[in-house]
Design a binder for this molecule. Structure first.
Ligand SMILES: NC(=O)c1ccc[n+]([C@@H]2O[C@H](COP(=O)([O-])OP(=O)(O)OC[C@H]3O[C@@H](n4cnc5c(N)ncnc54)[C@H](OP(=O)(O)O)[C@@H]3O)[C@@H](O)[C@H]2O)c1
Length: 252
């Protein structure tokens, strides 16, 4: 096993579940000290334990990405406790599907606040640190549903994720000269509850995916995490402002 991230400090939002947890584990396996963030302390502590049980280094900091001050504290705490911030995976996200005309304003605002404004808050405070400290790497989580394809009943979510993709590319151009590399990942349906329809079982989902995706199945968390690690690694040094679609061919 290579250790591409030895001596690096990686921050992962949404690190208490799903893709965030899988990516936190993957970074730690390759030598990074990982700070996982989210609102629920218990889930974050579980991720820390999983990493420590494998001999890795991790820390949990509760933070709500919808609050700029909370994110400023998260970044400051990461740097104070671990001596730096080299990699940020801005991954916290929520999906509330439903017909647009029936969607209440609060559901629209919640998705915007977490998926888009949350990424803005993270980038703002991470970049402020990174530009003073020799640069860094940022990977944002967009989605194949957004800039790459659209589906009915996911309009609000798609709008937030298309905006994350645009924000990623603009920031990549803005900060390349300061040694900050910004990219995004756009997963398709992954093996988490977010890819399930209301009331659906895992075997219902597996049946639906046979026709819905060229790959015929949902993606594993390891498959998506490995794409994040590649974007964050020195191997991707010439990759800037890219939004890497990892979706089993759905948006092809
Ligand atoms: N799963 C898929 O099929 C899929 C496909 C395409 C894109 N994505 C994207 O991939 C990312 C991860 O998805 P997932 O399936 O792993 O989701 P998940 O299992 O629901 O995890 C989402 C994480 O985000 C955190 N979070 C939510 N609101 C937050 C807030 N306000 N502040 C801080 N953290 C917050 C949650 O923790 P707390 O609730 O404890 O805060 C949780 O750890 C999301 O951005 C999602 O949109 C997922």
């Amino acid at each position: 096993m290579t250790a591409r991230f030895t001596g690096r400090v990686a921050l992962v939002t949404g690190g208490g579940a799903g893709l965030g947890r899988a990516t936190a584990l993957a970074f730690a396996r390759e030598g990074a000290t990982v700070v996982v963030a989210g609102r629920g302390a218990g889930a974050l502590e579980e991720t820390v334990k999983l990493i420590e049980d494998e001999g890795g280094r991790a820390d949990a900091v509760t933070a709500d990405v919808t609050g700029s001050q909370d994110v400023a504290r998260l970044v400051a705490t990461t740097v104070e406790r671990h001596g730096g911030l080299h990699i940020a995976f801005n991954n916290a996200g929520v999906l509330e599907a439903g017909p647009l005309a029936d969607m209440d304003e609060a559901a629209w605002e919640r998705q915007l606040a977490v998926n888009l404004t949350g990424v803005f808050h993270c980038m703002k405070h991470e970049i402020a640190h990174m530009r003073r400290n020799g640069g860094g790497v940022i990977v944002n989580t967009a989605s194949n549903v957004g800039a790459h394809m659209r589906l009915p009943f996911m309009g609000a979510y798609a709008a937030t994720k298309a905006a994350v993709s645009a924000l990623t590319r603009a920031a990549a151009k803005e900060y390349a000269g300061e040694g900050i590399r910004v990219n995004a990942i756009s997963p398709g349906p992954l093996d988490t509850p977010m890819s399930m329809l209301p009331g659906e079982t895992e075997s219902d989902r597996a049946e639906r995916m046979k026709d819905a995706l060229p790959a015929g199945r949902v993606g594993t968390l390891a498959e998506a995490a490995s794409a994040v690690l590649w974007l964050a690694s020195p191997e991707a040094a010439f990759t800037l402002g890219h939004d890497l679609v990892v979706d089993g061919g759905a948006a092809a």
